[in-house]
Design a protein around this ligand. Sequence first.
Ligand code: HEC
Ligand code: HEC
Ligand code: HEC
Ligand code: HEC
Length: 180
Amino acid sequence: MKPFVKKIFTRRWAVIALTSGLVTAALSLLAGAGGLDLLDPPVRQPVSFDHKKHMETDLTCLNCHGGANKEASTGIPPVRRCIRCHEAEEIENPATEALCVFAEENGDIPWVRVYRVDAHTYFSHRRHVALAKIDCAVCHGDMAIQTRPVTRQAIPITMDGGISCHRKQGVTEDCLSCHR
Ligand code: HEC
Ligand code: HEC
Ligand code: HEC
Ligand code: HEC
């Protein structure tokens, strides 16, 4: 290779190396500074459920998530509970048809769970809702105004959040109270 060609080559490689380095740095900056979307995209839900419309009827949160008062887990209602209302003549809606198809074909709607803790962490809705009387919105944001299905945690579930709340309320911070 002639020295002059060689010089162009090295310079070109230097430019490429520099730009790719800059791009990587920019990407990691983005990922660190709230650009989490890149790494953790929101989930997609199978039906465009609208909490607001349902809260405008005389339903309460516990009508659909009744476990919250009695059990560790609240659950999401099975489609046969939805059909009970949606089959009624007054609520003619294309969504009703979609619900019926799910009920017949899949047996249920495959909702993607958004709020969950790892198996080593224990959380009881009953203790927080029925005993401590904490409003759902403290942990889930104002669900009564949501017109779209839940695709991400409004308030992220973290250990720091759990411990700082327990500290404020004067509740145990013992590791084994939250981990088993
Ligand atoms: C107490 C009766 C009732 C129950 C139970 C019920 N719904 Fe509804 N649903 C309604 C009403 C009322 C509307 C509003 C209809 C309208 O605006 O035309 C609605 C609307 C909808 C819509 C359409 C929203 C839109 O954007 O138009 C979907 C989808 C839906 N419901 C799904 C469900 C699912 C899934 C369940 C079960 C988890 C369920 N519903 C349970 C009464 C009910
Ligand atoms: C102190 C915080 C807190 C409060 C208050 C709370 N939740 Fe939760 N919720 C959580 C956590 C943490 C999870 C994940 C639990 C798990 O993975 O077992 C969760 C999960 C859920 C889920 C997912 C499905 C399931 O079976 O767990 C639903 C639905 C839910 N909560 C509804 C409610 C409703 C309705 C209320 C009020 C009646 C409520 N939550 C009050 C923290 C809370
Ligand atoms: C008509 C039944 C119905 C009512 C009433 C209802 N929900 Fe839901 N909820 C659902 C369905 C269906 C889903 C799954 C679809 C979605 O994410 O919107 C859900 C999802 C959720 C989730 C996310 C669960 C997860 O981890 O994916 C939370 C939190 C929740 N509801 C809280 C509430 C609260 C708080 C109220 C009262 C303000 C309420 N819901 C009222 C049916 C209902
Ligand atoms: C008030 C409840 C609470 C207490 C007390 C608590 N943790 Fe956690 N811990 C959590 C939650 C919530 C998470 C994260 C959510 C999950 O499980 O997905 C977590 C996560 C963790 C993890 C997994 C790594 C991570 O960051 O997700 C470890 C390890 C852990 N905790 C250790 C401990 C130890 C050791 C103690 C005692 C010094 C302790 N925890 C006390 C609630 C608690």
